[in-house]
Design a protein around this ligand. Sequence first.
Ligand code: SF4
Length: 342
Amino acid sequence: MRPTLEPMAAKTILNRVRVPAMPFDWSINPYRGCQHGCSFCYARSTHAFLGRPADDTFQRHIYWKEGAPDILRGQLARMARLGRMPGHVAVGTATDPYQPLEAKAKLTRGCLEALADYGVPFSVTTRSPLVLRDLDILRRARVLSVNISLHTLDMRIWRRFEPASPAPWRRLETIARLADAGIPVTVFAAPMLPYLTDTRKAAAELAEACAAAGAGRAMVDFLRLQTPEVKQWFFGTLERHDPELVPAYGRLYYMRAGLPDSYLRPARERVEAEFRRRGLIGRKPKEDVGRTPVDGRFGAEGTGGTDGSGAGPVGRADGHAAAACDEERAGSGCTPLQLTLF
Ligand code: SF4
């Protein structure tokens, strides 16, 4: 079924994230809703903020932010004039920035170009090989990490819980091609699903495949069912495909969003041990692989900038903008936020 596509007016594209536990201060989400429709997606709840149901409407009604790259360039130009460029920007915290619509709309591509031109360091989180289309930008940008979300190699589990995302093997290929291109790649092994993806055998196979593909790091986290809408949707999926697990999940998630410590602690140790054994946990994150500042500037090495303002992409990207930004309630299966909020 073709999704309904609706343009959405946005005043800002770069949104402030005030969550101290997060490794980034800013986020960009060029879309609202996600065609991948993962059953565990926290971001499903964000559709309610738009007055839409948090059911499969999240997958079927996609909002795209009109003129996102130009709006972002305007924001960056203003921040550059103030000498307060953003630090780590996370692209794709409440949607997959490389969902199918991006192939035509190219909003994510435009936003990455803007970040690259202004020398802003960023990470991108996705499940899609479409990110490879933008290798030309990633190669010249200050990419901290491309994060590929992948929690299973089991085709049955994948298809049941991620009805429209790219297959696991395609994501492994994506990891390999990114790594070959010298782009730092992190695997987000999340959300781990109790009794399904968190066995020692499944974790070992996943970790082995990710390491062989060339991933540099991995982060592991477990299913969280943060809101009633998400919990209801997930349990509906479980009931359809794995009804025998419903009572066990019911006990684990009864009146709570996350797993009880009695389950979580050994499961986390078991899964992380497999990634650690293969060197994917315990490594320091890549700090900055982009261009170095020239005379205090990033970007076009002393030229007048890219937005026609003459201000240019100035300033070291370690400050925080004073400008007020509309903060999105972010967090999805694609993102570092997922690791905390799922
Ligand atoms: S988890 Fe990520 S890919 Fe899946 S529906 Fe949510 S935003 Fe999309």
